[in-house]
Ligand binder design. Structure first.
Ligand SMILES: [Zn+2]
Length: 825
């Protein structure tokens, strides 16, 4: 049946940002083929690609394969090209798409075209229509052929001629152009599916990969993706949170780093960044090897995604360089494995696999079980009793130049043994050729060959541990400044002197640590891939007050397995700067199951005691108002089930409240009958909700630490507090007994949704910024049992020492929580 429609896909190959993008392979087919296959799903009489003269020959075959005719015209005057094509046709309606959009919503295209036709059929003349709010790159334009031909004659504007739609919609006085909000099913304005840049192309590859991995059954090779498939993929974690692994591909660092990254990427859709200036010779052959194991072409990249596609960067590069730090500036988080440079404070997360002796920094996690152990091992130690075969392995280039002296001494020590040394450059003559010595080139997958040797002579690093796991005797040579400390700490035999002598080797051979056994606990293999997946879900945060990214990173306060804490250099706030924990969303379970887990009873069961706390707090506030509370307006932010509001009301205050929890607010409204509203503070219009723009008293009890956007929260509090009014809050203390006796445990136990840790001594400076003057600080949460003297003595409540400790806690304000009362200036 004749539709009077024509589909026109506009295509050129001369894009400056991404040349030839229409022909780039996206999954199994070129980008253009994706576009054409989608548009073939839209009903029309004829299907065209409109291209320029130069591109014609290259794209014609793709058009032929996909049932499109190919029309060539002017390169720069796109409007003319379009109109030249339309002049050869006799059609009413044009559906226009562009060749950089492989994930078009063809169903939306069909529906919006029907919308356009219905409007015209009902007498509402419509010249141009498009649906707005589709993902950027999934929409089409519909217009009348006659209208466009008319528009061409009316405009000489160069912008109008470089494009098509503007000739109509930039002239709304002449043409009736409508932008219709897309139906819910297609409405995803936050998504981006177009391919304009290299980063966009990476995202597109991830979308294809995601759909193909998830729905093997449905995605046929020639079928375009459905709306649901595109949306599902485009909103998935792997597409939205790209991960770029950055292995060392520097000659001399070994192939272990690259192995580890390629292995992880062959199991998960991570990108692996291989810069063009790589120097590691084995790089290409290793990549080829992993491609046989499932690694896909698109995963190997030679550039980093830009700020429109911010990745999590995971470096496995031995030592970060200043240039890398600069290049990683815009990433979503920087995670580094075995990082040994001076730049480790830039890292949001530090994972040590090879135990480090770097005392200047703390790692978030040290996990030697992530080391991939050799499969080939010596069967028993007895076999090692005699040293017949020795391997010297100091890295291909041997930058410290110890290979030759070591070989010389070893050949004297073990005249009847075979000494094998790995060295990249064989040209250099060995000073004294000995018959029992051979030099070989670096061995691929060395770790599986180590068991063939009785003694491995190396430096502190991966090979040392692998040799240990393979059951070999191991001697470490002093290639780094820290070698001796490291060797001692992890119980390796070592030669201490850089001058390697026969005597030195002999002494090392007599060491009880010649057959190191690092720690029996470290015998199992743990899978690093699963852990990387957890880290890749991580998020980096800036200071919630200042919300800036300083040039020099804020000082690290604590690192633990799931989080990192820093101190802001501007305002002094302690804050969570990285977390892998998913943020709580304060549903009903927060107040029931989760609360119970943390405090042993549900929030509601605790109602009366929290209300009593409220009474005590109100007596402090009352004193600040000279005892006059009656009819004052108080506003409790994070009011939960309303215990404080209840207390305030009983003292004659007008109690207002807000909470993010629907269930809690409903309870306050219907059971307690107080005015309360659901809001995500500071997104609330108090005047609209309560008819009050400023309150006498604003309170937040154990709420303030939950805000990531503390600056806007405090600004809003300041705005809604009357001059002379009181703002009071309670929060865990960063100066209490718990943090003072065991800071590491304190931060580890700090709830995952506490973004800030307030310190009584630093609060005034921060609050002043928002117009508040601190008038009273109360140390609360006194727990004598958390003091070392009680822990050590086992003293019971009621004992003298308990009472003294309790007194001390109160006197020295060592409570684990505190309350701040401040006055709006
Ligand atoms: Zn700050």
């Amino acid at each position: 049946m004749k539709t009077n429609r024509v589909v026109v896909v506009q295509c050129r190959l001369s894009s400056t940002r991404l040349p030839q993008k229409a022909l780039k392979m996206l999954g199994q087919k070129p980008v253009l083929a994706w576009v054409l296959q989608s548009m073939r799903k839209v009903n029309a009489d004829r299907y065209f690609v409109a291209t320029d003269f130069d591109s014609y020959d290259s794209i014609k075959p793709v058009c032929d394969q996909n049932g499109f005719e190919c029309f060539k015209g002017d390169l720069n005057d796109v409007l003319k090209r379009f109109c030249d094509l339309l002049r050869t046709l006799n059609c009413k309606t044009v559906i226009r798409a562009t060749a950089d959009n492989p994930f078009l919503f063809y169903e939306a295209a069909e529906e919006s075209c029907k919308d356009f036709e219905a409007r015209n059929n009902s007498g509402m003349k419509c010249d141009y229509l498009t649906w707005s709010g589709l993902p950027h790159g999934s929409g089409v334009e519909i217009f009348s052929s006659d209208s466009l031909l008319k528009a061409e004659g009316l405009t000489s504007d160069s912008y109008d001629h470089e494009h098509v739609g503007p000739a109509l919609y930039n002239h709304k006085n002449i043409f009736n152009c409508v932008f219709v909000k897309a139906p819910h099913r297609f409405y995803f304005p936050e998504l981006r599916t177009t391919i304009d840049t290299k980063s966009d192309f990476l995202r597109a590859c991830q979308i294809v990969n995601s759909v193909e991995t998830e729905g093997k059954k449905t995605a046929g090779a020639s079928a375009p993706f459905s709306t649901e498939q595109i949306v599902h993929a485009a909103t998935s974690a792997f597409v939205n949170h790209p991960v770029v692994l950055v292995p060392s591909v520097t000659k001399g660092h070994g192939t272990g780093h690259l192995h580890r990254c390629l292995s992880a990427a062959s199991k998960n859709p991570y990108f692996v960044y291989i810069p063009a200036d790589k120097t590691l010779e084995e790089t290409d052959s290793l990549i080829a090897q992993y491609k046989n194991q499932g690694l896909k072409d698109f995963q190997i990249i030679d550039f980093l995604p830009d700020e429109t596609y911010r990745p999590i960067i995971i470096t496995d590069s031995f030592e970060l360089t200043k240039a890398q730090i600069e290049a990683f500036k815009n990433c979503r988080a920087l995670i580094s494995i075995d990082e040994g440079s001076e730049f480790s404070s830039y890292c949001d997360y530090l994972l040590d696999i090879i135990p480090s002796f770097n005392l200047t920094r703390e790692a978030n996690l040290c996990e030697p079980d992530f080391m991939e152990k050799p499969e080939n091992k010596k069967s028993s130690k007895a076999e090692n009793a005699q040293i017949k075969k020795v391997l010297v392995c100091l890295g291909g280039e041997d930058p410290s130049g110890l290979t030759h002296p070591a070989v010389e001494s070893l050949s004297k020590c073990f005249p009847a043994s075979k000494i094998t040394a790995i060295i990249a450059a064989q040209s250099e003559r060995f000073a004294r050729e000995a018959e029992n010595v051979e030099f070989i080139k670096p061995v691929p997958n060395l770790k599986e060959h180590l068991f063939e040797y009785d003694l491995v002579v190396t430096h502190y690093g991966l090979t040392a541990f692998e040799a240990m796991y393979a059951g070999c005797a191991v001697i470490l040579l002093p290639t780094t400044k820290l070698h001796k400390n490291l060797a001692q700490k992890y119980n390796f035999a070592y030669v201490a002197d850089t001058n390697i002598t026969e005597v030195g080797i002999k002494i090392a051979c007599e060491s009880e640590n010649l057959y190191p056994s690092f720690n029996n606990g470290y015998s199992q293999n743990k899978n690093i891939d699963d852990f990387l997946k957890v880290l890749a879900s991580g998020e980096h945060y800036t200071c919630p007050v200042c919300q800036n990214t300083p040039v020099v990173p804020d000082k690290i306060v604590s690192r633990n397995i799931s989080r990192t804490y820093r101190r802001c250099q501007t305002c002094g706030m302690l804050y969570m700067s990285f977390s892998t924990d998913v943020q709580s969303n304060y549903t009903k379970s927060y107040f029931f199951e989760d609360y119970k887990k943390q405090y042993g009873k549900t929030y509601q069961e605790d109602f009366e005691s929290i209300k009593a706390q409220g009474m005590r707090r109100l007596s402090i506030i009352s004193a600040l108002f000279m005892g006059n509370l009656r009819d004052k307006n108080s506003f409790d932010i994070g009011c939960a089930y309303g215990p404080f509001m209840q207390a305030a009301s009983e003292l004659g205050l007008n109690a207002f409240g807000t909470d993010i929890s629907e269930d809690a607010v409903k309870y306050v409204q219907t059971q307690l009958r107080f005015p309360a509203t659901i809001s995500q503070f500071p997104l609330i219009d108090v005047t609209g909700e309560f008819g009050i723009s400023q309150f006498d008293i604003v309170t937040m009890w154990y709420v303030i630490e939950h805000f990531r956007n503390l600056d806007s929260v405090l600004s809003k509090v300041s705005e809604i507090t009357k001059k002379g009014g009181i703002f009071a809050f309670s929060t865990p203390s960063g100066e209490g007994v718990s943090i003072k006796t065991d800071a590491r445990a304190f931060f580890k136990n700090s709830p995952a949704d506490h973004f800030t840790i307030w310190e009584p001594s630093g609060a005034a400076k921060i609050l002043k910024k928002y117009g508040f003057e601190v008038v009273k600080i109360v140390s609360t949460g006194h727990h004598p049992e958390r003091f070392p003297e009680i822990k050590n003595s086992g003293a019971k409540p009621g004992s003298i020492i308990w009472k003294i400790t309790d007194f001390k806690s109160r006197q020295l304000k060592l409570g684990d929580t505190f309350e701040i009362y401040c006055r709006k200036k």
